[in-house]
Design a protein around this ligand. Structure first.
Ligand code: OGA
Ligand code: MN
Length: 278
């Protein structure tokens, strides 16, 4: 079958068909994937049905694979099982957190470069699509005056901010447990060595440094609303075997809600960050 490559929306996403299984584990394919990620933020290999060994091998061709402790995978420490079934993942109870727009690893010094997710089981009730929002494109679309207003602003990212979305009324014990995760201050606008800029926002963004809490919250909410407008977003409807990769440094993402009893099962790997936030 001939390989096809097509852009999905005007700003975001590339869909590639007919590259399956170990055909992905190839230097040239990895190079093209990295280029497509840079250009379009999200790369989708339709029904790639890549096995676990090949998933890790392909991830290694793309970058430095980070081990995922608590991944729940019996044989591969690089693979995390994404599911709400606690018998398959020790993190199953945290999945609701992924239903809100977020960027992975914002409290790390260098957020992950990219995440790979492949669908092992797709529920037939239609829940559990994944959405992406392109914050390179959202920033680009702002006026010069609006961009200037964001210059120099810094944001505190923390686990607690994201948990408040799931549990708005925590007990003091819950609150204390959340607060044991160190938070991190990051610039609101991430400027790359090459000059491109994206917004570092989403569920973990709690406050704007130096602004009253309500004012900072309003700014962060407004930016998130704008960055997730339909023109910057892409909704992926999973088919079993799909492999989806996103540039975690410029794509907000979220899962559309799926139930605790859902059969949805994804296998995930992550690539280490490559550029300090500045
Ligand atoms: C994640 C995540 C989204 C999904 O694994 O970090 O946000 O659709 N997943 O499962
Ligand atoms: Mn995520």
């Amino acid at each position: 079958m001939t390989v096809t490559v097509s852009d999905i929306t005007p700003t975001t996403g590339v869909e590639i068909t007919a590259l399956v299984g170990d055909r992905l584990v190839d230097r040239q394919v990895a190079e093209e994937c990295r280029a497509a990620l840079d250009r379009r933020g999200v790369v989708i290999y339709r029904e790639a049905h890549i096995g676990d060994d090949d998933l890790v091998a392909f991830s290694r061709l793309l970058g430095q694979v980070v081990p995922l402790p608590l991944g729940g995978h019996p044989t591969h420490c690089e693979i995390q099982r994404i599911t709400r079934d606690p018998s398959k993942s020790p993190l199953a109870a945290c999945r609701e957190g992924t239903f809100h727009w977020h960027i992975d690893g914002t409290t790390d010094e260098v957020p992950n470069k990219a995440t790979l997710l492949t669908a092992r089981q797709v529920p037939d009730d239609g829940g559990g699509d994944t959405e992406f929002a392109n914050t390179f494109a959202a920033y680009e679309a702002m006026s010069d005056t609006e961009k200037a207003e964001l210059d120099g602003l810094r944001v505190v990212h923390g686990f607690a901010a994201s948990q408040l979305l799931v549990t708005p009324d925590p007990s003091p014990r819950e609150r204390a447990a959340w607060d044991r995760n160190p938070s991190r201050e990051q610039p609101l606008v991430w400027t790359r060595a090459g000059g491109r800029r994206s917004l570092l926002i989403g569920a973990t963004a709690g406050e704007v440094v130096g602004r009253p809490a309500a004012e900072g919250r309003a700014l962060l909410d407004d930016l998130l609303d704008r960055a997730t407008r339909p023109e910057f977003t892409l909704r992926h409807r999973w088919r079993r075997g799909d492999l989806v990769i996103w540039d975690n440094t410029g794509m907000l993402h979220r899962a559309l809600p799926y139930g605790e009893a859902s059969s949805r099962l994804m296998h995930r790997t992550s690539l280490a960050g490559e550029e300090l936030v500045a």
